[in-house]
Design a protein around this ligand. Structure first.
Ligand SMILES: C=C1C[C@]23C[C@H]1CC[C@H]2[C@@]12CCC[C@@](C)(C(=O)O1)[C@H]2[C@@H]3C(=O)O
Ligand SMILES: O=C(O)CCC(=O)C(=O)O
Ligand SMILES: [Fe+2]
Length: 357
């Protein structure tokens, strides 16, 4: 039996303060525990250069040149937005409606479905919270496998309708993720033939995923608060739906923090650490964060997509020069998630092969 994501953190308890969540709406000042400075996060106040204005590419999947554009975006930004992605608008509206309804529930109800210390799914603060001294101005809900048990606790009457939306959304995201992976690899001259574990399995039985719903309430002092601290995703690819409130920012060494503007009906795609490894570092897993807003609350839904947890992921041989060794060792998704849970942003460099000079 392959390890399922549900079991990944069993034996790896993470102590998280879900139960100290404030009632965000009642706070008129930012408490100290929510006030961030560059001491809490060295990238917090990186100022944009005077020439700012560049943004991640917006790619039309119907464009015959889409594969090349995606490849270029994965190499230079590690992120891009897509339109004409084929996911029905009603489904995007459906998942936004579900997410809004979930976070509007009274906190006591949400805590009935709280994520446990060794669990994967449920309500709570972001898993990366334990690496920072300050709290984030957000709440989240993680889903993997069937959300039935949790949803029953949240919505004793309507849980089946909500499960249906999640199921349809995941199915669409699954198809889209695989399409995006092959399009981007095509731009590097890599085909299904070159990746043993994914070869010819059009039913995606080699893939696995999680859904992360995020809520960033209105904040009295957004400039000093942090919605979700900078991180890279431990995925192959992540597909993010954001509502009409800006907040997502991606980091580039030469440009600093770049805000990804909401484009109605579009989806944001970002390269995760496993795709970085698979592409031998050609595609960059992008550092990103979420900021908050003084007048509008923000919702986002991240589809975190990766391989079956016990498949060994290593750089595609075609992408390694014959006179060099691969930049990364092979690693399974389970191993990587556990490394990340312990070492956070050092995880990727821990998988790196160090050249013997
Ligand atoms: C499959 C995943 C990927 C996880 C862990 C697990 C479930 C939830 C994901 C997130 C979502 C929020 C940011 C992040 C950094 C977090 O704290 O939880 C992500 C993390 C990762 O990409 O490492
Ligand atoms: O809310 C956002 O825009 C970012 C969410 C995110 O990065 C995540 O859930 O991994
Ligand atoms: Fe993320």
């Amino acid at each position: 039996m392959p390890t399922m994501l549900t079991d990944v953190f069993r034996g790896h308890p993470i102590h998280l303060p879900h139960f100290h969540q404030p009632d965000f709406t009642s706070l008129s000042n930012l408490p100290d525990s929510y006030t961030w400075t560059s001491q809490d996060d060295p990238l917090f106040t990186v100022a944009p250069p005077p020439t700012a204005g560049e943004n991640i590419p917006l790619i039309d999947l119907n464009n015959p040149d889409a594969a090349n554009q995606i490849g270029r975006a994965c190499r230079t930004w590690g992120a891009f937005q897509i339109v004409n992605h084929g996911v029905p608008l009603e489904l995007l509206q459906g998942i936004e409606f579900l997410t809004g309804n979930l976070f509007r529930l009274p906190v006591q109800r949400k805590l009935k479905a709280a994520r446990s210390e060794t669990g994967f799914s449920g309500y709570g603060v972001a898993r990366i919270s334990s690496f920072f001294n300050k709290k984030m101005w957000s709440e989240g809900f993680t889903i993997t496998g069937s959300p039935l048990n949790d949803f029953r606790k949240l919505w004793p009457q309507l849980h089946l309708d909500y499960c249906d939306i999640v199921e349809q959304y995941e199915e669409q995201m699954q198809k889209l993720s695989s399409k995006l992976m092959w399009l981007s690899l095509k731009s590097l001259g890599v085909s299904e033939e070159d990746i043993k574990w994914a070869r010819g399995s059009s039913d995606f039985n080699w893939a696995q995923s999680a859904l992360q719903l995020n809520h960033y309430p209105v904040c009295p002092e957004p400039d000093r608060a942090m919605g979700l601290a900078p991180h890279t995703d431990s995925t192959l690819l992540t597909i993010l739906y954001q509502n009409n409130t800006a907040g997502l920012q991606v980091f580039r060494d030469d440009l600093g923090w770049v805000t990804v503007p909401p484009v109605p009906g579009s989806l944001v795609v970002n390269v995760g650490d496993l795709f970085h490894i698979l592409s031998n570092g050609l595609f960059k897993s992008v550092i990103h964060r979420a900021r908050v807003n003084q007048t509008r609350s923000r919702l986002s839904v991240a589809f975190l997509w990766g391989p079956q947890s016990d498949i060994k992921i290593s750089p595609v041989l075609k992408l390694v020069r014959p006179d060099e060794s691969p930049l990364y060792r092979s690693v399974t998704w389970t191993e990587y998630l556990r490394t990340k849970a312990t070492h956070f942003n050092k995880a990727l460099s821990m998988i790196r092969n160090h050249r013997q000079e």
